[in-house]
Every structure is written in structure tokens, then in C-alpha cells.
Design a binder for this molecule. Sequence first.
Ligand SMILES: C[S@@+](CC[C@H](N)C(=O)[O-])C[C@H]1O[C@@H](n2cnc3c(N)ncnc32)[C@H](O)[C@@H]1O
Length: 246
Amino acid sequence: MLYHRPEQTDQAGFYGAWCRLQPAQRAPEVDEAGLYLDHAGMWLCMPGFPQPYRPSDAELLRRAGHGGSRTELARACGSDLTGLNVLDACAGYGSDGLLLAQLGARVCLVERDRLIWMLLHHRAQHMPRTETICDEARNVLQGPLSDDDSPSVNAWNVVLLDPMFPPIAKKALPNRGLQHLRQLTENSLVGNAKAEEELPELLALAKARCSGRVVIKRRLKDRVTGRADWQISGKSVRFDVYLGEA
Ligand SMILES: C[S@@+](CC[C@H](N)C(=O)[O-])C[C@H]1O[C@@H](n2cnc3c(N)ncnc32)[C@H](O)[C@@H]1O
């Protein structure tokens, strides 16, 4: 369900093909995951949480403005991102992919979960050099680069793979955004191949369609998929970098 302020009826209508729409003066408490659209943007409403959640654009812009190019993510993707074609194949809220776009890359953000994609699409629509696709990463990696690209351009410069981290026995909860992503994707992880089992296939597809770097984001102690060419580690996450073969 997409709840929306009455003033947002036209904007909400765009999403009507994928969910039911209902006007609401404020974000409701919900029994199942839903979305709420107001003048500030799209919010995620989750059962058990009276307040809706929205990933912070201010934080994203702050990261981009203050040393964004020196973050481990940006360094893993390349020293100069200007004009590079980047595929963020497991985009989630888009915080990583949108940071790369803010740093000058053209970024295609792919998310398979329809509700998360709606949140992502609304967040990205006013950000330059971005497009979003709701699909499986493997379909996009096997398809054409983009409708309007010349046929001679058939490879991404960078592919970022960041599926959900494997579960660990840890008592502390992750931040609220990640808690919600985990709840929302639990079913698809059980119903589809588990993320860890899917990674080798996605890595092989990505390497075949990438002329620069394939970057996998994992926790520091997570298993490395295949043989990485090099790694960049931060405080809690690690970026495994593989050279593309396209
Ligand atoms: C850890 S989150 C990504 C977080 C993201 N890097 C960010 O900055 O917000 C993983 C996301 O990838 C999506 N995902 C996982 N496997 C996928 C696949 N094979 N194709 C498309 N999306 C996938 C999940 O639905 C989830 O939203």
C-alpha cells in the first residue's frame, strides 16, 4: 500500500501500477510493510515502528561533499569516477550507488524488491546521472547496457555487488535502515537462491560484462568470493575488487 498526502495524489499515481493507493494525512501505523509519500519524499512504514523511516539525503550529500572520493567505496571503484558507467546491481536504498553518482559516475541502480525499488526510484529521480530498474541483477547483467547506448558500448566500467550480508550470531541490531532491509528481503532470500550462493554466479556474469572493476562489499570477516585481485578495508566493511574481463 502507498499512503500519500492528498496534495501528492499525482505523484503517487505513478506508482499505482504496482500497489494500492490511499490518501492519508500522516504516516499510519501498519500491520504490513507499506510506503508513505509526503512533501519531504517517500517513507517506509514497518510494523512495530510508529515512526516511518527514510534514508537520509542530507547524509548522502554530506558524504559526497566531504571526502566522498576518499571513501573506501569510491577508492575501490576507481580514482576518477567522472563519466564512468556504473551498475549498482543490488541497490537497496541506493546510498552507495547514489554517492558514486554524486561523484560524477552515471549509475544504473537495480533492485529486485518492488517496494524497496519504489523508495529507491523516488529518492533517485531528482539526482543527476541516475536511472533505476526493478529487476533481478542477473537479468540486467545479461541484457543490453542501456536503450540509448551505441551498440559498440557493451561493457560497464564498474559493477558493484552488495547483496545482503550473510546472517551472523550477533546480539547488537544493525542500524534501522538495514534492519528493515533484512525484514523485507527475508522471504526472497528463502524463496530464491540465498545471497551467498548467488554471489559466484553474479560475479562471473559481472566480470564478463565489465571492462574495469567488479566490486563486492562484505563485512570484514565474511568469506571472499573466488579470488579477489585486491581488497580495500574500512572499519567494518571490506571491498573485494576483481578486474573485469570484457
Ligand atoms: C545490503 S542491501 C544494499 C544496500 C545498498 N548498497 C545501499 O547503499 O543502500 C542489498 C539489496 O540488494 C537487493 N538484492 C539482493 N540480491 C539481488 C539481486 N540478485 N538482484 C537485485 N537486487 C538484489 C536486496 O533486495 C537488497 O535491497
